[in-house]
Design a protein around this ligand. Structure first.
Ligand SMILES: [Zn+2]
Length: 251
């Protein structure tokens, strides 16, 4: 009979193991989520900076084109200056040459500053690109390592599930019904009794029920929480006592 009494407890332990492994299998892939989020954020920032740099570069090109046109205009002005026939023409073309030179020089010095800033941004962007690449390869490595871990966990889960199914098959169908109903209602269906108190609901059991439990002849349930109950010292101490009784090979 003792074997019959221990079966629901074994089933509960197997169920617990299966649930624990199911949680682990679900949660393991989520462990890399913070790294994935960091990577996406950095990539987003990098894309934004690259966009700004592209804008700057197209501005630089258009400035350079303007300067080229202005140089062309300056050459015309210089030709006019050299061809000036009187003081009036000379003064006017001289002023025009001066103005154009000044405009080109202003634009060039502004472009130079922007070019320097763009060179700096490009260097920063390349450094960040390398950081993002390093993070990405870290993630890839972790994902590869995790896939091995996950496979191992899934194999463990399959084994635990088979063990649970076997444990379930051993419990009498009438007790399975009760087991499932109480587990659904109260979280778990089998509770130890310690010093006459049900550890599922903390009710002190009637003394005669404690005596019935002590005889270990039948499965009993708690009058308050309906869990299947057993005297903790009688069932749980047993494996330890058995291993103590076994002569050990250790010196
Ligand atoms: Zn109870």
């Amino acid at each position: 009979m003792r074997e019959q009494l221990v079966l629901p407890l074994k089933l509960q332990q197997s169920d617990g193991k299966v649930r624990e492994l199911q949680t682990a299998v679900t949660q393991l892939p989520a462990k890399l989520d913070p790294l994935r989020r960091d990577l996406a954020k950095l990539q987003g920032m990098l894309d934004g900076e690259r966009g700004k740099l592209d804008e700057t570069n197209s501005w630089r090109r258009s400035q350079q084109e303007t300067i080229d046109r202005e140089r062309e205009a300056l050459r015309h002005a210089q030709n006019k200056f050299q061809a000036s026939k009187n003081t009036k023409e000379f003064t006017a073309s001289s002023r025009e040459v001066e103005n154009k030179r000044k405009a080109i020089s202003d634009r060039e010095s502004e472009l130079k500053k922007v070019n320097e800033a763009a060179a700096q941004s490009t260097a920063q962007l390349e450094a960040r690109d390398r950081d993002v690449e390093a993070l990405r390869s870290e993630l890839t490595g972790s994902e590869a390592a995790m896939s091995g871990q996950l496979d191992a966990l899934k194999a463990e889960l399959a084994e635990a599930t088979a063990g649970r199914d076997a444990a379930r098959a051993q419990v009498d169908p009438q007790w399975i019904k009760i087991y499932d109903a109480v587990a659904a209602k109260r979280g778990y269906a089998v509770a130890p009794v310690v010093k006459g108190v049900c550890q599922g609901c903390h009710m002190a059991l009637p003394p005669q029920l404690s005596n019935v439990l002590a005889r270990m002849e039948s499965i009993q349930t708690c009058p308050r929480c309906s869990r299947m109950i057993y005297r903790k010292e009688l069932l749980e101490a047993a494996p330890e006592a058995a291993s103590d009784a076994k002569p050990d090979a250790k010196p």
